[in-house]
Each structure stands twice: as structure tokens, then as C-alpha cells.
Design a protein around this ligand. Structure first.
Ligand SMILES: O=C(O)[C@H](O)[C@@H](O)[C@H](O)[C@H](O)COP(=O)(O)O
Length: 246
């Protein structure tokens, strides 16, 4: 289990540069090892920060990428609430990831059936045996400490028997979602959080300094657990940090 490394940047533009650098390296390593790069991304501000530099990166072989969503709303993929839509507009429209290697939720299904169907999509890429091991999972965190669609106090925090779970009572709208579960998130080789803004400072202090239990703090990774945060998000946080070296 990896211990967290927190990289503090002055602005989210610096985080975009760090992510671009990190992903260039991870993608090349994974492609030379397994001829593919498996990544899961989430919603919120992440797609925009991620894409700012990555979308014009011509050194990455995006044709080898397989992209899943760490969580997704059960809405049509052209709906404003869709995480796919946000990622498409910011990143996918600009880089040559084959559309059939971007795995989207089936919005015509009920939320529980959509989770089962998404599990089948994972099996096609990772096989049916063992737990999927993503090369990289990119996560955001809400001011309440949630990540993916794993919310504080929610029963889905305890799920161990499924790769993908569903909920229809998300405290943050829209209510119907699917989410990767901890067994999958924590099996990733690298997990990178992105958290920006003063609204994250209190929960970061509680997670890292006070060791209080929040969904984001339960995330581990097999090899690298990285947090990319800006200075406002770290206001008052004492936990040891680093600067990312490009
Ligand atoms: O599922 C959702 O409702 C959001 O996508 C949410 O999980 C978001 O990712 C975090 O709240 C971080 O959001 P920001 O990065 O915008 O602060």
C-alpha cells in the first residue's frame, strides 16, 4: 500500500503541467509493458485541469489509451451532467483516443443494471479474473471528502464484492450514478487526486493532520498515491508536502 505524496503548486495551471508530465511518463511505461494505457477519470473540475496541457501533447500515443470513468451519472452522454461530455469537450475532442476505447455508461438502463453493464465493459479490457488494475486513476474530491461517488456515511463505502456499484440517492445531484468501488480504486498502480481551492482546506486538514475518516482518505494505491493540490487548498494543512519537479 502506497503512502501519500502531496505536491503543492501555486496555481491549477502548474497542476496541469505536472499532470501532463506525469502522464507522459506513465503512459509510455505502460504502453511499452502491455501495449496499452488504462486510465479512469472523474468529473468536477478535473477534466479541465487535466486537459489544459495534455490536449496538445503530441508525444503520447493516445491510440493505445483505454479510458473509463471512476464515476458517472446515469444520464445520456450528451447531457450537461455527463462526466463523459465534460471530458469529451475538454480532452477527447483534441486527442486521438479511439472512441471505442472510451467506455461510457449505458443511460437506457436502470442505475443498477448500468453498473452491471459497466462491469462487463471492464471485463473486456481487464479480463474476468482478479481485480482490474488500472495504470492510473485520476480523482477529484468534494469539500465533504467524497471521491468517485463514494460519499461520507454511505453504505457503498463498505462494498467489497463488486467492481462497480450504483446509487440512486447521491447527496449531490444528479441522484443516479455508478461508481468504481474501493477494491478497484485501491488496486490501481497509481492514483492521483487533484484538489484545488480554499473549499478543500478544512477536509484536507482533517484527513492528513487529524487522521479523520473520509472517503478520499480511504483511497490507497498499489504503487503511487499522489495528491496534486494548490496553495489555497493547503491553507492550514501541516502535513509534509513537496513540489513536483518537471
Ligand atoms: O460527482 C460529482 O458530483 C462531482 O463530479 C464531484 O465528485 C467532484 O468531482 C468533486 O466534488 C470535486 O469537484 P471539483 O474538482 O470541481 O472541486
Amino acid at each position: 500500500m502506497a503512502t501519500p505524496t502531496i505536491y503543492v503548486s501555486p496555481t491549477s495551471a502548474h497542476i496541469s503541467a505536472s499532470l501532463n508530465h506525469l502522464i507522459t511518463r506513465l503512459s509510455a511505461t505502460s504502453i511499452s509493458r502491455s501495449n496499452k494505457f488504462t486510465v479512469a477519470i472523474s468529473g468536477g473540475s478535473l477534466p479541465k485541469i487535466l486537459a489544459a496541457d495534455l490536449k496538445s501533447n503530441t508525444t503520447i500515443d493516445f491510440t493505445k489509451w483505454h479510458v473509463f470513468f471512476a464515476d458517472e451519472r446515469v444520464v445520456p452522454i450528451d447531457h450537461d451532467d455527463s462526466n463523459f461530455k465534460a471530458a469529451k469537450e475538454t480532452l477527447f475532442a483534441h486527442v486521438p483516443i479511439p472512441r471505442e476505447q472510451i467506455y461510457t455508461v449505458e443511460p437506457s438502463l436502470s442505475h443498477d443494471k448500468a453498473a452491471e453493464e459497466y462491469t462487463q465493459q471492464l471485463k473486456k479490457v481487464f479480463g474476468a479474473d482478479g481485480i482490474p488494475q488500472f495504470d492510473l486513476i485520476l480523482l477529484g474530491m468534494g469539500p465533504d471528502g467524497h471521491t468517485c461517488s463514494l460519499f461520507p456515511g454511505h453504505p457503498l463505502l463498505e462494498v467489497e464484492d463488486r467492481w462497480v456499484a450504483s446509487l440512486d440517492d447521491s447527496p449531490k445531484p444528479p441522484p443516479q450514478r455508478i461508481t468504481l468501488t474501493y477494491p478497484v480504486v485501491n488496486n490501481a498502480e497509481t492514483v492521483a487526486f487533484v484538489a484545488t481551492g480554499e473549499g478543500k482546506a478544512e477536509v484536507l486538514h482533517k484527513i492528513f493532520d487529524l487522521k479523520e475518516d473520509f472517503p478520499s482518505g480511504r483511497v490507497t494505491a498499489k504503487k503511487n498515491l499522489l495528491w496534486f493540490v494548490d496553495e489555497p487548498a493547503m491553507k492550514g494543512v501541516q502535513f509534509q508536502t513537496k513540489s513536483y519537479q518537471l
